[in-house]
Design a protein around this ligand. Structure first.
Ligand code: ACO
Length: 428
């Protein structure tokens, strides 16, 4: 049996044989298929990349039907239980788990790179008091790059690693500073004695105490949420990172672009929508009425349910639900939790949701946790962007080292007018 595909072009009666490799055909192999000598050659039309592999990648594996998510082969539940975000970031970047000395050095490096140039505070200060923290984050990532002109040298692995360290380390600082600007509080500096998530909580919430002591349960919960959000293969923002990075721009500019993609409500904003939905439902007695509306096809969706890739329980949602209980033991239960649990119970039994394979996704419970930890809703996409930086940078690095990759430049089907002569103003 040959690993090829035979295509018969019924326009010409000609047959072509194209190679099938790794479950794909090469789109450029179709170009030989021409209706006549002037024909450009056959292309595929695939808006939103519904069925196009844009790269080969060894970073993250997803099986949406089975509900499997693995980073470098390690199941997400094992990482969530046994690893830390920084160790997971190393794994994503290097492909293997670090040795204890590698991990120690990595943690030390990231901790000692969390300070930002004082001039950047001036950039932040120029934003209006009510600026959205995600808008500030995107601008600050871009501004950060202007301090490191050597970052343009993307083909030097040592220079690349330095920027990766800086970006991962400084994300928590600019994220927390953006929040402090938004609420009109002084900037709380990093504390090198704290863990990565602990340091973030310190910069978010420290007031007059001489030493901020993060609650260990909340610190660990945040770390687990960071692990769960670190990468998710070729999603919208990662695709933006790769596309922008393919122009060989510096990684700060590419990360700013990826963060901009994440800002969109279809990507990083769904957990906010879940909180809004639960608040609007308001009580258990309103649930049947709400479910009826969702099923009536009036365009109301059960937010936090369904996923383009997962047609089973999102493996991250299971872990998050467990984390939610641990957080609520410390913070007190969110009044919205009972509504969420009842919605989930009904949806998992109801034929409408079962038939369409709609299961809770990562966003169904994450917003409740963030809210319990006192993060305002505007910070939710920022909390997603912080760990996703390690995924973006791993994918960026992989792209740069991949000889198959070039500047990203899709084709189009031109649908505009045919050639015509310019019409002078008096004749229009
Ligand atoms: N509630 C009710 N019905 C739904 C939902 C939902 N959340 N999601 C999908 N459906 C229905 C659709 O109406 C459609 O029904 P039909 O076949 O009768 O027309 C069917 O299920 C398939 O839906 P699609 O929109 O084709 O699925 P798609 O893969 O394009 O959408 C998406 C996936 C966008 C995530 C969708 O499920 C959704 O809108 N969910 C709510 C928003 C959300 O939670 N987003 C977060 C995703 S996770 C993340 O990005 C980190």
């Amino acid at each position: 049996m040959a690993d090829t595909l035979t295509i018969t072009d019924n326009r010409t009666g000609k047959s072509y044989e194209v190679a099938v490799k790794e479950g794909t055909i090469r789109a450029t192999d179709l170009r030989q298929i021409k209706a006549n000598d002037d024909d450009f050659g056959l292309m595929t039309y695939d808006p939103a990349f519904m069925n196009t592999a844009a790269c080969r990648s060894s970073i993250t594996y997803i099986d949406g039907d089975k509900g499997i998510l693995e980073y470098r082969g390690y199941p997400i539940d094992q990482l969530a239980e046994k690893s830390t975000y920084l160790e997971t970031a190393w794994l994503l970047l290097h492909g293997e788990l670090p040795t204890s000395s590698e991990l120690e050095e990595w943690q030390h490096t990231i901790t000692y790179h969390t300070f930002i140039n004082e001039n950047l505070k001036g950039v932040l200060d120029s934003f209006r008091y009510n600026a959205h923290p995600m808008g500030m984050l995107i601008a600050m990532i871009s501004a950060l790059g202007t301090f490191y002109p050597e970052a343009k040298n993307i083909n030097d692995p040592a220079v690349r690693l330095k920027q990766i360290e800086r970006l991962i380390a400084k994300m928590i600082t600019i994220a927390a500073f953006s929040y402090r600007h938004m609420v009109g509080q002084f900037y709380a500096y990093p504390d090198n004695d704290l863990s990565y998530p602990g340091n973030f909580l310190n910069m978010m919430y420290r007031m007059t105490e001489l030493k901020y002591q993060p609650n260990p349960t909340l610190e660990r919960a945040l770390d687990v949420l960071f692990i769960l959000h670190a990468d998710h293969e070729q999603n919208c923002s990662t695709n933006a990172m790769r596309a922008v990075g393919s122009s060989e721009v510096d990684p700060y500019s590419a990360v700013a672009a990826a963060a901009a993609a994440l800002y969109g409500p279809l990507h990083g904003g769904a957990n906010e929508q879940v909180i809004r939905m639960l608040t609007e439902i308001g009580s258990l007695s309103h649930i049947p009425e709400f479910i009826k509306k969702v099923k009536s096809g009036e365009g109301v969706r059960l937010m936090g349910f369904g996923h383009r890739v997962y047609k089973n329980y999102d493996p991250r949602a299971k872990i998050i639900k467990q984390v939610a209980y641990e957080v609520f033991d410390v913070t007190g239960k969110s009044p919205l939790l009972d509504i969420a649990l009842e919605l989930e119970r009904i949806a998992l039994e109801d034929e409408y949701f079962v038939k369409r394979k709609l299961y809770p996704n990562v966003d169904f419970y994450s917003g409740l946790i963030y809210q319990a930890m006192q993060f305002p809703m505007d910070m939710f996409p920022v909390l997603f962007a912080i760990p996703r930086v390690s995924g973006w940078l791993s994918q960026w690095q992989e792209m740069i080292e991949d000889p198959d990759q070039k500047i990203a430049r899709p084709r189009q089907i031109y649908t505009g007018s045919a050639r015509r002569d310019f019409v002078p103003m008096e004749k229009r």
